[in-house]
Design a protein around this ligand. Structure first.
Ligand code: ADP
Ligand code: MG
Length: 401
């Protein structure tokens, strides 16, 4: 994740809004319903499995979701702040937490309403405890505590990286058309098979790039991680270098579509003998190339630069993931986190036949609360219960959950 620093903030403030603190008040709550937009709007559901209410506010998405038995999406509501932060070119933490405060209660109400459930039909509340921005995390945490206190529901603090992994367990019953032509959820269709252990997990997000061996539910061995920038962070920084918008990942992907991935020979940091990653050398190579080009050209070949950078990132991520999967005898590969939305990465992963690969649908790759509720279900089933004295953990490695 790219965070805005003080100097950049001043620059934006001085140029755009010289006299006021950046106001989040202008933006309205925009709720999207990835994956679950087709649930019928009337009727209540019979009480069957365990329903977990998930809450996520670790960065710049305010999200709430209800999941049944760890896998079935009953609702999944996300209010993104991306437009609010776009003018700063990165996430502005103070603005993010203020906006979470505005959005959190409407989004939870929306998630319950969409699932046709009241709090009395929920089994537990799962909330992201960390890692993330402290001021953002506390909004979700305090709201979850309030709900737990008011309703008597068990409270569960969830690691955000673990939640990203569990996005691969999520599924929705496919919708079908009724005789009257209305969309209705087809509950007779079985859910797709679950990922099989041992799993080689690649987490690639704005704040993290990690290779993890998952031997069973909630059981992780960290094999390696980035030594410097996270993969998503590299996308965001390089997009800025070559004059593309924020967030950088989708902007680079879009620009790459018209570019030649072999136009520039950017370095691949293989770091032989370790399962770690490094993306700062690649970022510096792009910076040098941009400076050289700017000396002789008025405009940058942004499409070729974007495509060549993207190819370098994808080659290393995929190459190391497959090597690790072979070395540790993994049955399958699971890729999660915001960068797993990247089409070139998805294409390269699916292009091989050695390992079955699980990548969540695009809508579940970036931050959402469905994945928090899913991880919450497996933790709830394992007996986890957290107290009202639980605090957020802004730097909480997966290896310490
Ligand atoms: P975090 O939880 O660490 O903040 P997310 O899981 O929300 O990160 O993912 C956000 C990151 O994913 C950003 O760095 C963004 O640029 C990147 N990203 C999103 N979509 C794409 C894409 N299509 N290609 C590459 N990167 C992407
Ligand atoms: Mg995330």
């Amino acid at each position: 994740m790219r965070m805005v620093n003080g100097a950049e903030m001043d620059q934006v403030m001085n140029h755009k809004e010289p006299s006021s603190f950046p106001s989040a008040g202008k933006s309205q709550v925009q709720v999207t319903h990835p994956v679950s937009g087709t649930r019928p709007v009337s009727g209540t559901r019979p009480v069957t499995g365990t329903r977990i209410l998930g809450i996520e506010t670790s960065c710049d998405e305010t999200a709430a979701s209800v999941i049944e038995d760890g896998r079935l999406i009953l609702s999944n509501c996300v209010a993104s702040q991306v437009e609010l932060h776009a003018r700063f070119g990165g996430v502005f933490p103070e603005v993010a937490s203020r906006q979470h405060i505005r959005t959190i209660l409407p989004i939870i109400e929306e998630a319950l309403q969409q699932a046709h459930l009241s709090l009395g039909e929920i089994g537990a509340v799962a909330v992201t405890r960390g890692p993330g921005l402290p001021g953002s995390l506390v909004v979700g945490m305090n709201t979850a505590k309030g709900i737990a206190l008011g309703s008597g529901l068990p409270l569960l603090g969830i690691n955000h990286l673990e939640a990203h992994i569990y996005s691969a367990w999520l599924a929705a019953h496919p919708p079908q058309l009724t005789a009257a032509g209305d969309m209705q959820v087809n509950e007779r269709q079985p859910l797709p098979p679950e990922p099989r252990f041992p799993l080689l997990v690649l987490i690639v997000s704005g704040g993290h790039s990690e290779l993890v061996l998952m031997k069973g539910h909630l059981d992780y061995e960290r094999l390696g991680a980035t030594l410097d920038d996270a993969a998503g962070e590299a996308f965001d920084k390089v997009a800025r270098l070559i004059g593309l918008g924020y967030p950088g990942g989708p902007a680079i992907q879009e620009a790459s579509a018209g570019g030649d991935p072999r136009a520039f020979k950017f370095p691949r940091a293989w770091l032989e003998g370790s399962w770690d990653f490094s993306f700062s050398g690649l970022k510096t190579a792009v910076l040098r190339e941009v400076r050289d080009l700017q000396r002789v050209h008025d405009t940058l070949p942004a499409a070729d630069l974007a495509a060549s950078f993207q190819a370098a990132v994808v080659e290393v991520l995929v190459g190391k993931a497959f090597k690790a999967a072979s070395a540790f005898g993994a049955a399958e590969i699971l890729v999660a986190g915001g960068v797993s939305a990247n089409m070139a990465l998805r294409g390269a992963l699916h292009a091989q036949a050695d390992f079955p690969v699980h990548i969540p649908p695009i809508a579940l790759c970036t931050d959402n609360a469905a994945m928090v509720a899913s991880a919450g279900y497996y933790r709830f089933s394992a007996g986890q219960r957290d107290g009202l004295d639980m605090d957020v953990l802004p730097n909480w490695p997966l290896s310490e959950v």
